[in-house]
Design a binder for this molecule. Structure first.
Ligand code: MSP
Length: 511
């Protein structure tokens, strides 16, 4: 039996527009968690990808004068290029137009149809001929509110429905027995109260005459699959369902679906019910993060207020951008984006704190010991209190991983940096050097160790910076090749190691 791996997913992004901060956010978050679990010695699987069927993509392709797949191909390249730029190390990238996925979606549809979980029925709604758009009752109401002259034709069409209502009691029991299933708590509560009302069955097909860009239903090729029903299944396709049972056993249930709060219901209600109908267990956790906003509005392509992540990375560096996304706003709540806040974070946390401690310590080692890590005095430099602080960081990392709280992890690491800076100020190595006090060796030896611990712990957040600092410390293998336990192994950097002070990792940005 294969050992269970930590399985982390992002949503599959629609390929109707260029990627922006919202997409970068979830993907960077998943990457940090994935790297942190690996540092903790866990085997992991990190999946991301693209959602390519449905009306949005078909329309975007039409506008560009391209077939939907040719249009999707172009956008997939843009997403992959951004992930490379952002240092994202996924294990798998799935496109819903891939053969492996279409096969599984059709298998799922047929299985549920054979079980009586899918049935034909009438779908009532409103049709806007000019834009060839179908509105549900609610959508029609909203559209009419925006444009009272909108001409809508009442329409009833035959479709297929998924018997979601039959699984409501099970889902309610599941939520009540698993308070950690949906996080943060506010999202759990929101879902739980939604389930106080009767769950409607879900229309999972669209007539081909109205929408052709989708996966045909195996039992009625005149219909294609509703894009959400298609897309959610990706999480089990990529895990090897149903044929690759060894792989599937190692991955399913997924440990964490990271999603934005706008797509919580699909992940916390539709998806677990679909799995239950198939006889599969639900994911262990669905975490819904908040939105990045500008002037209190969600940043989105349709609002036209996006800032290209590529420009920010070019201006400020990839690690500063990664750090900012996860440090500025507690994961789970909305956050107002501003370039000013990004620059402030860089100057305070990265230039003043992290960059400074590395440069300060290594400069002194260079000045007083020609860059060679000194041997502490006999009976000194045994690791107190740093090992204890290191252990506290590991505890926070563990807690942060369980709670999907990046701020918890970073606060603990920055606590260590603050303690080191304070220690330097009180021990005043420059005064020790002036008085030729041999205790200087102990102080600098200890500080090199702390710089090593910090460098190791920040590696999932800022892999490139961490590698640079690691190299300055004279350490050979990359930080991510060490175990996180190195943070509580003393010493991490041996006396006699040749270091370099190099350039400051984060120069201050003058505003
Ligand atoms: N294709 C669906 C997901 C299918 S998953 C089986 C989809 N795609 S999306 O491209 O529209 O959005 C993907 C994610 O980006 C969502 O989780 C959404 O919350 C996130 N973001 C889009 N704009 C955002 C912000 N302004 N801020 C933070 N995240 C937001 O939905």
């Amino acid at each position: 039996m294969a050992e269970k791996k930590i399985y982390i997913t992002t949503p599959l992004y629609y390929v109707n527009a260029e990627p922006h901060i919202g997409h970068a956010y979830t993907t960077v978050a998943a990457d940090v968690l994935n790297r942190m679990y690996r540092l903790c010695g866990r085997e992991t699987h990190f999946l991301t990808g693209t959602d390519e069927h449905g009306q949005k993509v078909q329309e975007a392709g039409d506008k560009a004068g391209l077939s939907p797949i040719a249009f999707a191909d172009q956008l997939v390249d843009r997403f992959k290029a951004l992930w490379e730029l952002l240092g994202i190390e996924y294990q798998d990238f799935i496109r819903t137009t891939e053969e492996r996925h279409i096969r599984v979606v059709q298998h799922v549809l047929q299985t549920l149809y054979d079980k009586g979980e899918i049935y034909p029925g009438d779908y009532h709604g409103w049709y806007h001929t000019a834009s060839e758009t179908f509105y549900t009752e609610l959508q029609a109401k909203e559209a009419r509110a925006g444009d009272p002259d909108l001409e809508l034709i009442e329409l009833t069409e035959q479709n297929y429905f998924f018997r979601m209502s039959a699984h409501q009691d099970w889902l309610v029991e599941h939520l009540d027995a698993n308070p950690d299933f949906i996080a943060p708590q506010s999202r759990f509560n929101e879902t739980r109260s939604f389930l106080n009302e009767p769950l409607q069955d879900l229309c999972i097909s669209r007539p081909k005459s109205r929408l052709s860009w989708g996966i045909p239903l195996p039992f009625d090729p005149e219909h294609v699959t509703y894009v959400w029903f298609d897309a959610l299944i990706n999480y089990i396709t990529a895990a090897g369902y149903p044929e690759n049972t060894g792989c599937f056993a190692a991955l399913w249930p997924a440990d964490l679906h990271l999603v934005g709060k706008d797509i919580l219901r699909q992940h916390a209600v539709f998806w677990p019910v679909m799995l239950h109908a198939l006889g599969l267990p639900p994911p262990k956790k669905v975490f819904a993060h908040g939105w990045w906003t500008l002037q209190n509005e969600k940043i989105s392509k349709s609002k036209g207020n996006v800032i290209n992540p590529v420009d920010l990375v070019q201006a400020y560096g990839v690690d500063a951008y990664r750090y900012f996304l996860l440090r500025e706003v507690p994961f789970g709540v909305d956050g107002a984006y501003s370039e000013k806040a990004l620059v402030q974070r860089i100057n305070s946390d990265l230039a003043n704190d992290l960059g400074n401690i590395v440069h300060r310590v290594l400069s002194m080692v260079e000045r007083y010991y020609e860059g060679v890590v000194p041997e502490p005095l006999m009976g000194e430099g045994q690791g107190e209190p740093w090992l204890e602080l290191g252990q506290r960081c590991l505890d926070s990392v563990d807690k942060g991983l369980r709670q999907v709280s990046f701020v918890t992890m970073l606060d603990a690491i920055w606590g260590l940096i603050a303690a080191a800076n304070k220690y330097i100020d009180t021990e005043a190595p420059w005064a020790l050097a002036k008085n030729e006090d041999p205790h200087l060796a102990t102080v600098l030896f200890e500080m090199v160790q702390v710089v090593g611990i910090v460098t190791l712990l920040v590696s999932p957040f800022m892999p490139g910076t961490s590698e640079k600092a690691w190299e300055l410390l004279g350490l050979k293998e990359k930080p991510q090749e060490r175990s996180i336990n190195a943070a509580i192994q003393w010493p991490l950097v041996m006396p006699g190691t040749q270091t370099r002070k190099g350039e400051p990792l984060f120069p201050r940005i003058e505003v």
